[in-house]
Design a protein around this ligand. Structure first.
Ligand code: ZN
Length: 578
């Protein structure tokens, strides 16, 4: 492994020294093509996710044989790609090579060392694999249902393999799996059966398919019962483990997932500094807004009270709970118009964004997210999944809406939709490189969306509204706090109480949001850091290019060039752009 690592370093050094780009090397292009062909065969669920519909009927069984096959594939390709002569490659190919090597090395490490297949029961959920089949619009509903019928045959085997894998799971991931399974069973028995009923299948086909859906739902239910048994008798799986990774696993995972040159501690320290900066910006905005909301009354001496007083006025401006999804839908056209008017990006009108309620099996992780087509089904719809507030109590709704008030909701839409994730993925799909579309860097993906928020406000979105700036910095503070929490949860034993203080007092978050964040921090690792790590890198890159180009700097060109690299790690894009 060591030699491979140093190889990657040498490859990067060569890229930074090369002065002129080369033509694509045809031999490497053929090699990559062959690699991808095998990659899909070994990862049918990923292939189906990316729109390769010939894999839609296959349900990948998560057993030891599957893992063994994957390990062989990673080892073989690590060896193969390590022998590539980087001098012969174009810049774009060199970044592809770096991504392939990182992917092979990290996938192997995840099976051999990280071993989440043993401790994360929430990894096992057929919901997405079922929905990939149903969402294809390049074939009829009847054809999709026939493929689904074939796929569902193996569901009992799937959950049996899941049970066999589990060894010392964490309590948090087990509880999360039970919660998600409830949504899945409802989705199978509800939405899926509804579609069967509305289809033109024959009566006999419908009846067979309904039986298979029921059997799949029953297998998922049995898995839930098994997991509940694990929680009441942990000794049946050798006990439970902590959800905290500890510094060693964390550092390794960080290296593979972030693909930045910086260490976890370095990013953590940057986040601590950014926290102080955001807090003082928030204070400045609160002071500026004080007369508007409190007339002649002087602001109190204590900074925290000044901020809390203003926040309490601004966060009260929010949609009615029943209008939450509709409000999001109404806000999108204004964003599109602003991006066009200010010439920030070209938005392709033939790829519209559809706002919809999040499908039930997918709820429970985030309030809103974009579901985009992959590089192979570029023509399917892009959905903006927004979770309605139906399941919440009155108190929860109030807290949630104060967090997602009229102002933060706009920032959320910038982040998720325009010009954030949605715009980014439209561009990503235009890139020729399947490798960059599939092995994308999370830091680039999230960093771009966070960068989009700052950029839109800098360009004058919201007409300089101090409320919007206040809420922006509060939102940015959240991104910064995410980094601090993730680092401290996995490296420093941060307690729930300390985390809640960090979120609710230092970062002015509502209780519901803070609780949700704590939950997420206990079931995810490193992912929460990608927002801030990616943002810093992209922002620094833009400022460096501005300096270099001076008055020739063109913001639209910067955005479009950046996005054209299709979510390669920022440090690689930097080499190509500078
Ligand atoms: Zn995001």
């Amino acid at each position: 492994m060591k030699t491979l690592l140093s190889f990657v370093m040498v490859a990067m050094f060569l890229v930074s020294c090369a002065s002129k780009d080369k033509e694509d090397d045809p031999q490497f292009a053929t090699m990559t093509k062959q690699f991808l062909k095998e990659y899909w065969a070994v990862h049918p669920a990923v292939a189906s996710e990316y729109g390769l519909s010939e894999y839609d009927a296959i349900l990948e069984i998560p057993d030891a044989a599957t893992r063994d096959k994957k390990q062989q594939f990673y080892k073989r390709n690590l060896q193969l790609f390590a022998e590539v002569d980087t001098d012969e490659l174009s810049y774009a190919q060199r970044t592809d090579l770096a991504l392939i090597l990182n992917k092979m090395e990290s996938s192997l490490w995840k099976i051999e060392t990280f071993r989440a297949h043993e401790w994360d029961p929430a990894k096992y959920n057929i919901g997405n694999q079922v929905s990939y089949v149903l969402e294809r619009n390049n074939r009829s509903l009847e054809d999709s249902l026939k493929l689904l019928s074939e796929k569902l045959l193996k569901v009992p085997q799937y959950y049996q393999a899941a049970k066999n894998n589990l060894k010392r799971p964490t309590k948090e991931h087990t509880q999360f799996a039970i919660e998600q399974n409830k949504g899945l069973v409802g989705f199978l028995n509800g939405e899926v059966k509804k579609r069967i009923k509305s289809s033109k299948l024959t009566r006999r086909e419908k009846s067979t398919l309904r039986q298979r859906v029921s059997a799949a739902a029953a297998a998922a239910k049995r898995y839930s019962t098994f997991l509940k048994g694990v929680l009441s008798r942990p000794e049946s799986v050798d006990g439970l483990r902590s959800f905290r990774l500890g510094p060693d696993l964390y550092e390794q995972l960080f290296k593979f997932e972030m693909q930045t040159g910086e260490s976890p501690e370095a990013i953590y320290r940057k986040a601590l500094a950014a926290k102080e900066e955001a807090r003082s910006k928030i204070f400045e905005a609160a002071i500026a807004l004080y007369p508007k909301y409190y007339g002649e009354k002087l602001p109190p001496k204590d900074r925290q009270t000044v901020i809390n007083n203003i926040m309490s006025k601004v966060t009260k401006q929010h949609p009615k709970p029943e209008n939450f999804v509709a409000t999001v839908r109404e806000q999108i056209p204004a964003l599109t118009q602003f991006v066009r008017e200010k010439n920030l990006l070209t938005l392709d009108p033939s790829k519209p964004l559809k706002v919809r309620e999040t499908p039930p099996y997918d709820r429970g992780f985030a309030g809103a997210s974009v579901d985009s087509p992959g590089p192979f089904d570029k023509d399917r719809e892009t959905y903006y999944n927004v979770t309605p507030l139906d399941g919440m109590t009155r108190k929860q709704k109030k807290s949630y809406l104060q967090e997602y008030n009229d102002y933060t909701l706009q920032i959320l839409n910038i982040h998720e939709a325009i010009p954030g994730h949605y715009a980014q993925q439209v561009y990503g799909n235009q890139s020729d490189s399947i490798i960059k579309a599939v092995f994308r860097s999370t830091a680039t993906v999230e960093g771009w969306a966070v960068y989009a928020e700052r950029m839109m406000l800098e360009q004058g979105y919201g007409d300089g509204s101090m409320e919007l700036w206040l809420m922006y910095y509060k939102w940015f503070l959240r991104v910064v706090t995410n980094t601090i929490i993730d680092y401290e949860v996995h490296n420093k034993d941060l307690s729930k109480k300390e985390a809640m203080k960090l979120l609710m007092v230092d970062a002015f978050q509502e209780r519901a949001e803070a609780q949700g964040k704590w939950h997420r921090a206990t079931i995810s690792q490193v992912q929460l850091v990608s927002y801030f790590a990616g943002f810093s890198e992209i922002y620094e890159l833009r400022e460096d290019i501005k300096k270099e180009e001076g008055s020739d700097f063109d913001l639209k060109k910067f955005h479009e060039t950046f996005l054209s690299f299709g979510n390669a790690p920022v440090k690689e894009i930097r080499k190509l752009m500078l």
